[in-house]
Design a protein around this ligand. Structure first.
Ligand SMILES: CC(C)(COP(=O)(O)OP(=O)(O)OC[C@H]1O[C@@H](n2cnc3c(N)ncnc32)[C@H](O)[C@@H]1OP(=O)(O)O)[C@@H](O)C(=O)NCCC(=O)NCCS
Length: 200
């Protein structure tokens, strides 16, 4: 299991692994901008530790999407219910697993932690948004039930209400699966876009 720890300016153990990847723009963000953004209250960064060794991080900040960017069913339902506002959300501005640790399920588990944090938000929070680096990374998010946001380039979003509702059933059917695997099962269930869902 990963341990998630609030970002510290003191560099964590295992960072030399990351330093080798300085060419990676996300690694650059961690080394140069994360501390500054933290102090300026622009985003919050969380370190990921596996067996006490640093293996990656993710960053979150407040965000929203225009209602027209969400799926047609969602914008139509909002209009029908006369909810005249954009869905409040959180931007997963960075998610990084260092190269040596990839392919072991840490990315999926980190995503689950990020979702868990957003569900606990003390403010209204309906969606999680991400701006993936490229099409390959888009496939990573797609696997976990993220949708492409319409008319926003590469942006994608994740419906926290849909997740909350569906996960009750997933947990009932697959109680022995890890949270990351349950998230993957949710992703599979999300491949068919429903025609009608309840918003509130
Ligand atoms: C994307 C990233 C976070 C994935 O981390 P990871 O630890 O390798 O992911 P996992 O091992 O948990 O993989 C979970 C699933 O996603 C798939 N996957 C992983 N990386 C993928 C990618 N880049 N594209 C498509 N699918 C991917 C895996 O095959 C796996 O599916 P499976 O269980 O059916 O085989 C990691 O590769 C990374 O940090 N990349 C560089 C930074 C980046 O692109 N971040 C995202 C932009 S915000």
């Amino acid at each position: 299991m990963l341990i998630v720890r609030a970002y510290r300016v003191i560099r964590p153990r295992g960072l030399p692994v990351l330093l080798k990847e300085q060419g990676d723009p996300i690694a650059k963000f961690y080394l140069h901008d994360a501390g500054l953004y933290e102090r300026q209250r622009l985003c919050r960064t969380y370190d990921l530790l596996f067996e006490h060794q640093w293996c990656g991080f993710f960053s979150l900040s407040n965000h929203t999407l225009k209602i027209q960017a969400t799926a047609q069913w969602m914008s139509e339902l909002m209009r029908k219910k006369n909810i005249p506002r954009e869905p409040p959300g959180i931007l997963l501005s960075q998610l990084f697993i260092c190269e040596a640790m990839r392919g072991k399920g840490h990315g999926a588990e980190a995503l689950w932690h990020a979702i868990r944090f957003c569900l606990k938000s003390p403010a209204g929070c309906r969606i999680l948004v991400v701006d993936p680096l490229d099409d390959q990374t888009k496939n990573f998010y797609k696997k976990f039930g993220w949708y492409s946001a319409r008319g926003t380039g590469k942006k994608m979003y994740f419906d926290l209400l849909r997740y909350e509702e569906t996960m009750r059933e997933v947990r009932r059917l697959y109680p022995a699966e890890s949270p990351a695997n349950q998230l993957k099962i949710f992703g599979k269930m999300e491949t068919v876009e429903p025609l009608q869902r309840s918003l509130i």
